[in-house]
Write a protein that binds this ligand. Structure first.
Ligand code: BG6
Length: 491
C-alpha cells in the first residue's frame, strides 16, 4: 500500500483545516495510511507555539471526528506528527522556516503535498515562493479548492498563474462532492454493470433531477456568500460535476485523461442559457425567516445582523439540456438551496413509462435514486405485484435497495476529504478537476449570471424550512413534472 508524504497546509488554522483537513488526516493516520515519518505542517500568519497549534488540532478532532472513532491514544500519537510553522505568505525569506522543517522531516525528494487552503489571490504568491525556495519539484503536489474564480475570466487568470508555476498533472483541484462515496459508486453503477448503459439515454430516460439541499444557513460566511450566491457556490462546481458524471459517455479507460475528456465534452454540450432564457429556465430564491421544529430561523438578510439588504440568491433551480445525441430533449433539473427542509443530496434518474399498458391501474415509471447524503444508498424503484390471491393484480412501486454500509458491512465509509487527500497523496487525479473543466463550467455559468443581470432577474422568497420558492415547483409543473422529494421522515 502506498504511504504518505509530508502534508503542508497553508491556511492551517482556518475553517477548512479545522473542520475537514485535520480530521481527514487523523482518519488516514488511524487507518495506518500515513507513513510513520510523515508530518503534517500547519502554516498560518498567526503567532502560535507548537503546543498551541497541537491544542488547536486536538480541539478540531474533538469537534469534528465522530465520537466512536475518536481514540485518545491515536490522537496523542497523531499530534506528534503535527508541526506548526508561522509564516507570512508574502515574505519569501520566511519560507526558510518551512524549508528547515521539511528537511528535518526527511523530505528529500521534495514530494510534499501542498494544500493551499487560502484565498486564490495567494496561490501565485505561495506557489512562487515555494518554487523560488526550491521546496517543490516535479513530484510535488499542489491541492487547490474553490473558489477558482468568480467568473470565466478570473478562473482563467488563476489557472494561468498556477500553470506558470506547476505542471497541470501536479495540480489537484478539489471538488469535495467527487470524494463522496456514492458519487464514485455512480461511476461503478454505470460502467461496471451491463444493466444500465443500454437504458442510459433519451430513448428510455424521461428526465434527471439533481438536488443538493442544505438545512444550514450561511453559518458565519455571510461576507463570502453574499458576493457568491448559490449559483457560484454550489451549481458551478458540485451540481455541474454531478451532472457530468450522469451524462458523460463511457470513458475508454478509467484513467485521469479519459474521465476528464468525457466530462469536458458534457460541459461543452450544455445548451447556453442566454438573456431571456434565464427567465424561463432558472429560479433565484432567498430565504425569509421560518419555523423549524418550533425554532424560529432568521431570514438570510438577518443572519449578518439586522438591516442588511441583499438580493443574493440562497436557492437556485434550473432546467438544463445536454445537447448531444444521447441526451437530446432530456431535461436536467438542478436545485440547491440553504435553509431547506433537510440536508440531503440526491440524483434521480426518471425513466420513461412502459410503452404499452396491459394493467388497468396506473403505473409508476421506474426511477433510479442515488443518494449521496445523509445516507449513501442507491434505490431502484420497480413495479411489483402485491402478494395475495386476489384476482385483481395489484401493483405497487417497491424500492430495490442497496445501502452501501449494510451491503459492505463497513463501520464507516471514508469522508470526502479523506478520500481526496489520500488520492492526492498517492498521485491519483481521477477524482479531481482539470483547469478546462473548471473553465467550461464557468463559461456556462457566466451566461446565466449575465442573463440575470441583463434581465434584472428578481429573487423569489421562500420560508426557511421549506423546499424553495413556488417558482421552483412551477418550473417543473410547466413541463408536466414535479420534484421527486424523498420521504423526509426517513432521512
Ligand atoms: C461548499 C459550499 O462547497 O459545500 C457550502 O461552499 C456548502 O456553502 C457546502 O454548505 C455543502 O457541502 P456538503 O458536503 O455539506 O453538502
Amino acid at each position: 500500500m502506498e504511504k504518505a508524504r509530508n502534508i503542508v497546509i497553508f491556511g492551517g488554522n482556518g475553517d477548512l483545516a479545522m473542520r475537514k483537513l485535520l480530521p481527514a488526516l487523523y482518519h488516514l493516520y488511524a487507518e495506518d495510511l500515513l507513513q510513520e515519518k510523515s508530518c503534517i505542517v500547519g502554516i498560518a500568519r498567526k503567532v502560535m507555539t507548537q503546543d498551541e497549534y497541537r491544542h488547536f488540532t486536538k480541539q478540531a478532532l474533538q469537534d469534528f471526528v465522530e465520537k466512536d472513532f475518536y481514540d485518545e491514544v491515536k490522537v496523542r500519537t497523531f499530534l506528534e506528527h503535527v508541526v506548526y510553522v508561522q509564516l507570512d505568505a508574502y515574505d519569501k525569506n520566511a519560507y526558510e522556516a518551512l524549508n528547515i522543517v521539511l528537511n528535518e522531516k526527511g523530505d528529500v525528494n521534495k514530494g510534499s503535498v501542498f494544500y493551499f487552503a487560502t484565498p486564490p489571490e495567494l496561490f501565485q504568491i505561495i506557489g512562487g515562493h515555494l518554487n523560488d525556495m526550491q521546496l517543490t519539484n516535479a513530484v510535488s503536489r499542489i491541492v487547490v479548492e474553490k473558489p477558482i474564480g468568480t467568473d470565466l475570466q478570473s478562473s482563467i487568470t488563476i489557472n494561468e498563474q498556477l500553470a506558470a508555476l506547476f505542471p497541470e498533472n501536479n495540480i489537484y483541484r478539489i471538488d469535495h462532492y467527487l470524494g463522496k462515496t456514492s458519487v464514485q459508486n455512480l461511476l461503478a453503477l454505470r460502467f461496471a454493470n451491463r444493466l444500465f448503459e443500454p437504458l442510459w439515454s433519451q430513448d428510455n430516460i424521461d428526465s434527471v433531477q439533481i438536488t443538493c439541499a442544505e438545512l444550514v444557513g450561511v453559518e458565519g460566511r455571510w461576507d463570502y456568500y453574499d458576493n457568491a450566491g448559490a449559483l457560484r457556490d454550489m451549481v458551478q462546481n458540485h451540481l455541474l460535476q454531478l451532472l457530468c458524471l450522469v451524462a458523460m459517455e463511457p470513458p475508454a479507460q478509467f484513467d485521469v485523461k479519459s474521465i476528464r475528456d468525457e466530462k469536458i465534452k458534457v460541459l461543452r454540450s450544455l445548451r447556453p442559457l442566454v438573456d431571456m432564457d434565464v427567465l424561463t429556465n432558472t429560479v433565484r430564491g432567498q430565504y425569509r425567516s421560518g419555523v423549524v421544529n418550533d425554532t424560529v430561523l432568521p431570514a438570510y438578510t438577518s443572519e449578518a445582523g439586522q438591516g442588511k439588504k441583499s438580493d443574493t440568491e440562497t436557492f437556485v433551480a434550473m432546467r438544463a439540456y445536454v445537447d448531444n445525441w444521447r441526451w437530446a430533449g432530456v431535461p436536467f433539473y438542478l436545485r440547491t438551496g440553504k435553509r431547506l427542509t433537510r440536508r440531503y443530496s440526491e440524483i434521480v434518474i426518471q425513466f420513461k413509462p412502459v410503452s404499452h399498458a396491459i394493467f388497468s391501474q396506473p403505473l409508476t415509471a421506474n426511477r433510479l435514486v442515488i443518494r449521496l447524503q445523509p445516507n449513501q444508498e442507491i434505490k431502484l424503484i420497480l413495479m411489483n405485484k402485491e402478494p395475495g390471491l386476489s384476482s385483481d393484480t395489484k401493483l405497487e412501486p417497491v424500492p430495490l435497495n442497496l445501502s452501501l454500509l449494510e451491503s459492505f458491512r463497513t463501520q464507516r465509509s471514508p469522508g470526502a476529504y479523506e478520500r481526496l487527500l489520500y488520492d492526492a497523496i498517492k498521485g491519483d487525479g481521477r477524482l479531481f478537476m482539470s483547469r478546462y473543466e473548471v473553465e467550461e463550467a464557468w463559461r456556462w455559468i457566466d451566461n446565466v449570471l449575465q442573463g440575470w443581470e441583463k434581465m434584472q432577474m428578481p429573487v423569489s422568497y421562500y420560508h426557511a424550512g421549506g423546499m424553495g420558492p413556488m417558482q421552483s415547483d412551477q418550473l417543473l409543473s410547466e413541463d408536466g413534472r414535479q420534484w421527486l422529494n424523498p420521504n423526509f421522515d426517513e432521512i
